[in-house]
Design a protein around this ligand. Structure first.
Ligand code: NAD
Length: 296
């Protein structure tokens, strides 16, 4: 069997197109321009790249982008004061604090000081609770993008066996909640799971979010299963720096029914979903119809 390739790059472009349409209607019909504020503390090179591309794509879909770059030694009180200002600014509909934060800042405190209605990363404790209880919330972008791709490929996910490898608050746990919400039978595997090969072998859907290059070989995967590879790992191969996922693409694509590549799979969906969450937050804040197909 040769797996279908789930093209995240193309799908992300479709999502951004839907966001741009809703943004255009908001401008025309309501005179509102959605705004996303991104806060970056320090000069971590990877974070700077993410923030730049988030800003660029925000503007491309017609929204306002506000970037706040703070010194690496910014005091916690100053960061909290900025968040408070953004919470109370009606032109800002989404707030994202780029993680990781420098060590002297309390990440939980900072994230939980964002207005949950503007928490477009979906990390605020209120949004975590709302998602866990099946209520309307802001959903973390990477799991949301993964769910959109699964729904698009399968239609209904009801009754499927899903295995999520990884239990982080950012990917693994919300992914499992979303799959449960779509009526999958969900197993969460992690670093202490016994016989991971056997657990993965039962899955109709495998979501790998570990951060270990190519740790899931094709021989673990059930014939015809759908594989969502969230991992982004930088390795050196044949003297060249390359990006690989948590799944061994070469062997997995011979047994899976469908698979996301790395790069070009989940990655592009993450920023597209950030834009989707921002326009959703803007619609909710103004009591207007949410864009269709862009929320969980
Ligand atoms: P994390 O380090 O917070 O969590 C990793 C999880 O993997 C942990 O829950 C741990 O229990 C589990 N784990 C570790 N070793 C394991 C093993 N041997 N067997 C089974 N489980 C094991 O990582 P994260 O933030 O969830 O990110 C995971 C991966 O996804 C990373 O490669 C990260 O770069 C990538 N990521 C990609 C995107 C994207 O946009 N595509 C977004 C977020 C994270």
């Amino acid at each position: 069997m040769t797996a279908d390739i789930i093209d995240g790059k193309a799908f992300a472009a479709t999502v951004r197109g839907k966001v741009a349409e809703r943004v255009a209607r908001l401008k025309e019909e309501n005179g509102i321009v959605p705004g996303l504020a991104v806060v970056l503390v320090g000069e971590d090179p990877a974070s700077q790249v993410y923030v730049r591309s988030k800003g660029k794509m925000t503007v491309e879909v017609g929204m306002n982008s506000y970037e706040h770059k703070l010194d690496v030694d910014t005091a916690e009180a100053d960061l909290l004061a900025l968040i408070d200002k953004l919470n109370n600014d009606p032109s800002v509909h989404g707030i994202l604090v780029q993680l990781p934060l420098p060590g002297h800042l309390n990440e939980d405190l900072v994230i939980n000081s964002i207005d949950p209605a503007k928490d477009v990363d979906g990390f605020h404790i209120s949004n975590v609770g709302l998602l866990g209880t099946g209520q309307k919330s802001m959903v973390p972008c990477t799991p949301l993008g993964s769910l959109m791709m699964l729904r698009d490929y399968h239609g209904s996910l009801s009754g499927m066996n899903a295995v999520v490898i990884g239990r982080s608050n950012i990917v693994g746990k919300p992914m499992a909640q979303l799959l449960l919400g779509d009526s999958c039978t969900v197993t969460i595997a992690h670093s202490r799971t016994k016989d991971l090969a056997e657990v993965v072998g039962r899955a109709d859907i495998v979501v790998a979010a570990v951060g270990r290059p190519e740790m899931v070989p094709g021989e673990w995967i059930k014939e015809g299963a759908t594989v969502i590879d969230v991992g982004i790992n930088r390795i050196e191969r044949d003297g060249k720096k390359v990006l690989v996922g948590d799944v061994d693409f070469a062997s997995a694509s011979k047994v899976a029914g469908a698979i996301t590549p790395v790069p070009g799979g989940v990655g592009p969906m993450t920023i597209a979903c950030l834009l989707a969450n921002t326009v959703t937050a803007c619609c909710r804040a103004n009591g207007l119809a949410e864009p269709e197909g862009l929320t969980a």
